[in-house]
Design a protein around this ligand. Structure first.
Ligand code: FAD
Length: 447
């Protein structure tokens, strides 16, 4: 029995069905997942449109005479149609696999029993194993009176009713910088409030500074050390005040300060499932909670809040429920998850970061190659960024890497496969790749 149809829940269902489990999945809003289909995907779709506008600028450098004008209704339609296409793809797959799907809200009413409220009434579903994959929602602090009109959460931003004239982005983690990039490329004036001294506090400092330079060059106003503590609005202006007395005004503000788990109304106490002080369900390496037949996947498990991680947890849960861990089974290693930030240039990393290696006093070999020496980057008219590979100096095993530049989110896959499988730099160097290709820079950086 699976509660929640996002990447965590629907992957557990799909893999479980392949392995022969009898399954019921309950989803209260949208099969495919609220955070996934109404946050992750639309934000990337809008970033792709912004990217196309930027590419028009590059096209002029390449000798083309083009003009681009943003068509907001067409953009809304495009975002909605991608969401709908993916929703249908997930529902269709689960139906074809024989997963029983209930539309409604599920909560535990016993340790082996979930009660589902549907439009047509109440149904009790009993099961041997349960997966809680209920996701998370944007965190809204007391000082931010979100009205979903001008004071926004990330989820209010797409499809956009209008492109904000001046957007104040509160928070400079991954979501904050993606929103800054997205709305700047769609034509908004953007002020980014950075509570510390740099954007992306948990990323490689060199990567963060490359992005800050890019934001500066594109006219984004960065306010550093600016921790917001009050938001007010009148008919047309939003005012954000910071702890140090600075005040910023814009037409809209968006909160990008993290999320909280959807775990309150699940009857977890009736099932004996423990939550931590922030409401997450702690899990072991099999994604089991403290109750030995109740698993948690995705954002609600408090691990890396990524669709890719949620889906992998769902897969591992299905394998564990069906006894696959007794055969060849690789445990999920969160330290080896690749992740990307869809700014311009893109930023992606995997495994051990250079700064963390030095902080731990660990000896590593770090090699770096700029895209400026890549033929393909020059041909594409975008030689920004670099590839950095972190390896073990004794064995050559690839421990991690970061890529800043065009298609970084795709290129990091090469390093992710190497990190997950313990490949050595020479395994990458010995691979015969396409020329010209951006991936050649990954090979160069592994040399
Ligand atoms: C702005 C933004 C951009 C992002 N971009 C990326 C990205 O580029 N790449 C990436 O990997 N990740 C990205 N993420 C993160 C990603 O969206 C989430 O980590 C992922 O969707 C989590 O999957 P999930 O299954 O835990 O949750 P969800 O996708 O939210 O699915 C949980 C589902 O459970 C349902 N549910 C909740 N309670 C109940 C109940 N009681 N009964 C029935 N159903 C219930 C909800 O309706 C929801 O559909 C982004 C997130 C945000 C906010």
């Amino acid at each position: 029995m699976i509660i929640g149809g996002g990447p965590g829940g629907n992957t557990a269902a799909s893999v479980g069905a392949t392995l022969g489990a009898e399954l019921t999945l309950v989803e209260r809003e949208i099969v495919g997942g609220v955070a996934h289909l109404l946050d992750c995907i639309p934000s990337k779709a809008m970033i792709a449109t912004g990217g196309a506008l930027t590419a028009l600028g590059r096209a002029r450098q390449m000798g083309l005479d083009v003009n681009g004008r943003l068509d907001v209704p067409a953009l809304r339609e495009r975002v909605a149609s991608i969401e709908e296409h993916l929703r249908q793809a997930v529902s269709g797959l689960l139906e074809s696999q024989g997963v029983r799907m209930l539309s409604g809200s599920g909560r535990f009413t016993g340790s082996h029993e979930v009660t589902v409220e549907t439009e047509s009434g109440t149904e009790i579903v009993e099961g041997d194993a349960f997966v809680v994959a209920t996701g998370s929602r944007p965190r809204i602090p007391d000082w931010a009176p979100v009205d979903h009109d001008r004071v926004l959460t990330t989820r209010d931003a797409y499809p956009p009713k209008e492109i904000p004239e001046h957007l104040i982005v509160i928070g400079s983690g991954v979501t904050g910088v993606e929103f800054t990039h997205m709305f700047r490329s769609l034509g908004s004036q953007v002020t980014l409030l950075v509570s510390r001294q740099h954007v992306l506090p948990i990323k490689d400092a060199e990567v963060a500074s490359e992005l800050e330079d890019e934001f500066d060059a594109r006219g984004v106003r960065l306010l550093k050390g600016a921790r917001a503590n009050a938001v007010t609005r009148d008919a047309s202006t939003v005012t954000v005040a910071c702890e140090d007395g600075r005040v910023v005004q814009g037409s809209h503000a968006v909160l990008a300060i993290g999320s909280i788990p959807n775990s309150e109304e699940l009857g977890l106490d009736l099932a004996g499932v423990k939550v931590d002080e922030r409401g997450y369900l702690p899990v072991n390496r099999h994604c089991l909670t403290n109750v030995d037949h109740i698993y948690a996947a995705g954002d609600v498990s408090g691990k890396l809040p990524l669709s890719s991680v949620a889906a992998m947890q769902g897969r591992k849960i299905a394998e564990h429920v069906m006894g696959m861990q007794l055969r060849s089974h690789r445990h999920l290693d969160y330290d080896k998850a690749a992740s990307a930030i869809f700014t311009e240039p893109e930023i992606a990393d995997v495994g051990l970061a250079e700064a963390d290696a030095f902080a731990e006093g660990r000896k590593v070999r770090v090699t770096k190659v700029p895209f400026a020496v890549s033929a393909k980057a020059l041909i594409e008219g975008d030689p920004r960024g670099f590839v950095k590979v972190v390896s073990d100096p004794a064995t050559g095993v690839v421990l991690g890497g970061s890529i800043v530049g065009r298609n970084a989110a795709e290129l990091i896959s090469v390093l992710a496969v190497a990190v997950t499988n313990g490949l050595r730099t020479e395994d990458i160097v010995d691979s015969l790749l396409v020329h010209p290709a951006l991936a050649e820079a990954v090979v160069e950086a592994s040399t």
